[in-house]
Design a protein around this ligand. Sequence first.
Ligand code: ME8
Length: 642
Amino acid sequence: MSKVFYVTTPIYYVNAEPHIGHAYTTVMADFLARFHRLDGYDSYFLTGTDEHGEKIYQAAEKADTDPQSFCDRISQRFSEAWRVLDISNDDFIRTTEERHKAVVRRVLETVHASGDIYYDEYAGIYCVGCERFLTDKELVDGKCPDHLIEPENRREGNYFFRMEKYRQWLRDHIRDNPSFIRPEGYKNEVLGMLAESIGDLSISRPKDRVPWGIELPWDSDHVTYVWFDALINYISALGFSDDQRYTDYWPATQHMIGKDILKAHAVFWPTMLKAAGLPIYQHLNVGGFLMGHDGQKMSKSLGNVVDPFQLAEKFGPDAVRYYLLKDTVYGQDSSVGEHLLIDRYNADLANDLGNLLSRARALIGRHMDGVLPTPEQQAGDQEVIAEGTALIGRVRPLVGELRIFEALETVMQFVRMLNRYFNDEAPWKLAKDPEQHGRLGTVLYNCVEGLRIVSVLMEPAMPGKARQVRIDLGLGDFTFADIEEWGGAMPGTKMPAEAEILFPKTETEKPKQQQTPKKKKQGPKKEPDVREEKGEISIDDFFNVQLRVAQVTAAEKVEKADKLLKLTLDLGDEIRTVVSGIAEWYQPEDLPGTKVVLVANLKPAKLRGIISEGMILAADDGQGNLTLVSPAQDIAIGAEVR
Ligand code: ME8
């Protein structure tokens, strides 16, 4: 196979549990791995855990356990986290594995033999969080800006790697290969670092100080850990150097990291590889930080972490993945929160994508016996067809430049276009006219075919739900090569009769309703609230009313009730019956197709023997005029009115 793609995440420290920052980088890498797989690449994806070093040794001591058992336990937590988030890594490397340690010793021997490693006494300021000596310039208010701790003064005998020797070579390489470090801001940051001396890199610790590392092949009193150990995982996992995977994948390497470990990956790692006589990686992709509600970087040491397991349990792995990819700009910092996830989920997934699927399914079930019809395309369909087939060509370069949210937005724009097409063509109206049966079939076919293309493009972001879309439509799996042309959904395909709602709507957590009255009863006597006297309600009371856009699909008179009409309403994800007192103003035949606003969470009531599930809103001027409230512009059925 000629097209090859190798993507890696950082290997995560096992001194604490996985959090959403780790999940972010891993989901991003998984997106790319899956995207390239679907695009015909031989794609290989590596993640793993970084298990040696002082802080892990200390964490194990604190947990009153031996370091290896401690590492085993936390490393397992990372593997589990990635299963929960549907991460498709091909390998999981641990730095305490023998296959890794053997490669570290070999690389050390090579660089030592070439004279690029020497022994010296070193005195400097050391951050255990970063596991490296810092320079005074890196401090902010005397503290490490990433870990907010004061570094320690240290003096000890270390082995050093002659990193400075390779500075000029690295500068030239970065200048000659403008996309080596991306996005560009980080490239400039690294060039800034390289404009002055970078010094040599301390790569070992005396074993009597920290025993938890890999013994140096030529001096058993010293161990190496963290950078000279950890970075080598990217090649040890490929079976460096005689394994075919190393030969195949290493030249196509893309590292995904967070900006906190930029220097290690952009300066230490390429110079180490160069000194070992090895080719360097292709791209270093640098992500920004996810910040907590407090606006601070989420990190173990700051204690403001969000648990990716909990989010996935609540909203499903696909919603979490989609949110992380769609609501962040790669390379920049972003604030994350559950309410933002819910907004994104409801807008893109429940309203736009989920609704279209359930509406198309409902009509095919009702009018086509659940069988995908044969289309007879017309001029009016060409826009949708052209857009659908152009999509992969638009998305591919965006992903290539790591503009992931734009790539997903491009797909969502097409979903919205399909929704507009559905509304404009009004297949529920076509269904009423037997002569329009062919046209109805064409419109429904185009919606299904559009959804097929969307599902394939969404698969790297939401592997589970994307496949579910196709299962619900009776379709199988496809690659990107299968979505370059319109027509991959085979007419005659039978849809399953039953399907669960793809993205059930989810509500933002609101304060509990009964709290306010309770407080009033128990609290001391006070002046009546003026707003209560005026009949005002709190914002929470208002938020408790669920208003949604619905479309009337059928209307009829209620027997022996002059004022009542029985309406059938489509909310996208469900069909409701509502009895409404509008017969004086509306004829039943005028109503189908009209969009109305439904009070959706009203207790059902029996009116003339009919269960009415909600109320629709109408404006009444008190002078005999009444008009239904409709959205001013077209909007998807099911949309929330707020
Ligand atoms: O640095 N926002 O491991 P680590 C976004 N073992 N990404 C975040 C993040 C946040 N708030 N917090 C962490 C190490 N990350 C070393 C790496 S590689 C040879 C050795 C992500 O457990 C981000 O990708 O501290 C960051 O670079 C990585 O986790 C650091 O993970």
